[in-house]
Design a protein around this ligand. Structure first.
Ligand code: ADP
Ligand code: MG
Length: 361
């Protein structure tokens, strides 16, 4: 195991930024820390970097306790969101910086920097200043600089978020390829779900200083552990209802459910709705009217209203047949994730609940 975080808590005054966080980063993996702004991602990354030690808990690196070690004594490299290159140094000297600080012999510096310049594909630009580079090129230099001293762990805090979409997508693929080639363990912070899911071997979802869920992108997507994750991943409809005696009741239908009795909310993905003209005989379905149709390329987005209580449902369909506004159809959920409501907060499942999702097919 590369990095082990055990029960880490960090407070700023009376505010708890990290609340008893535990997680492992396996050697050679790329792990994404994903969560809304203010959920504690940067605070955890800074603790791993040795920039800001936690108040409680332990951080281990390849088995050794590094909780109180400073950055200099850790084998980590980092890249931050804002270009932190030295403006007065050229590309070569920016990349060489960590080696110069470590007083490496000049021949070694020359060779290592040449290697890294080739890796980031900036040959011929060694003597440019950061101001003479594009944003994407600057972040590649920042990455080469972080890699110069051959860190065992690379920490990246939203490194591409200041770049425009096209450059960001290109750099994302490039980073994944680089990671696969070098095998360096990476911890990558992002608030962008698509970025996390495209890049990472595993994803840690943060919510208010706690780990809301940890798993592979597929696990997190297919089986959200709580209402926060289901909601955060987006693209879902919410159905407010009640659980009673092993059944979830909503929209005039019932679905089998293992949750305790009480108010609950079901999350239904836009892509998990089947639309048919005939009422299915084997599964609960909602009678709906098509109120709006929007087509973007290969997918069709349909806005539906349930006939019984005028509930809004969004459905995403493969564009295999035309849908006319006004048509009445049956909407069958393929998969429903149901979570008990927190009192007074419908649609906000308990974080402490283990896995309370209910599934039926
Ligand atoms: P994220 O990176 O997920 O957006 P951060 O880890 O930066 O979140 O911050 C988590 C919370 O801790 C935020 O509410 C932020 O305002 C607070 N925080 C972070 N650093 C400090 C600090 N040095 N002093 C006071 N509050 C801080
Ligand atoms: Mg941050």
């Amino acid at each position: 195991m590369s990095i082990e975080i055990r029960n880490v808590t960090k407070r700023f005054g009376s505010f708890t930024a990290l609340d008893n966080v535990s997680l492992d980063v396996p050697t050679g993996q790329l792990v994404a820390l994903l969560g809304p702004s203010g959920s504690g991602k940067t605070t955890l990354l800074r603790a791993i970097a040795g920039l800001d030690p936690p108040d409680h808990g332990e951080i281990r690196d390849h088995g050794a306790d590094v909780t109180r070690l400073g950055t200099r004594d850790r084998n980590v490299g980092f890249v931050f969101q804002h270009f932190a290159l030295f403006p007065h140094l050229d590309v070569f000297e920016n990349i060489a910086f960590a080696l110069r600080v470590r007083k490496r012999p000049n021949a070694e510096v020359q060779e290592r920097v040449r290697e890294l310049v080739a890796l980031i594909q900036l040959e011929g630009m060694e003597h440019r200043r950061p101001a003479e580079l594009s944003g994407g090129q600057r972040q590649r230099v920042a990455l080469a600089r972080a890699l110069a001293a051959k860190p065992r762990v690379l920490l990246l805090d939203e490194p591409f978020s200041a770049l425009d979409a096209r450059v960001r997508h290109g750099l994302r693929r490039w980073l994944r390829k680089l990671h696969d080639e070098l095998g360096t363990t990476c911890v990558f912070v992002t608030h962008d779900q698509e970025e996390a899911f495209e890049l990472a071997d595993s994803v840690v979802i943060f919510h208010a200083g706690r780990v809301a869920q940890l798993g592979s992108p597929a696990e997190v997507f297919q089986t959200p552990a709580n209402a926060f994750v289901a909601d955060f991943l987006g693209g879902t409809n919410k159905l407010a209802g009640q659980v009673a005696r092993g059944q979830f009741h909503a929209g005039g239908q019932t679905w089998p459910q293992r949750l305790p009795d009480g108010p609950a909310t079901a999350f239904l993905r836009h892509g998990d709705i089947e639309l048919t003209a005939e009422r299915p005989t084997d599964r609960p379905a909602l009678a709906v009217r098509v109120t709006r149709v929007r087509s973007n390329g290969p997918r069709t987005q349909a806005e539906l209203r349930t006939l019984l209580d005028n509930l809004l449902l969004m459905a995403e369909l493969a564009q295999d047949r035309p849908l006319a506004v006004g048509t009445e159809l049956w909407a069958t959920p393929r998969k429903l994730h149901v979570f008990t409501d927190v009192p007074g907060e419908p649609g906000r499942g308990e974080m402490e609940e283990p896995v309370t999702w209910g599934e039926f097919i």
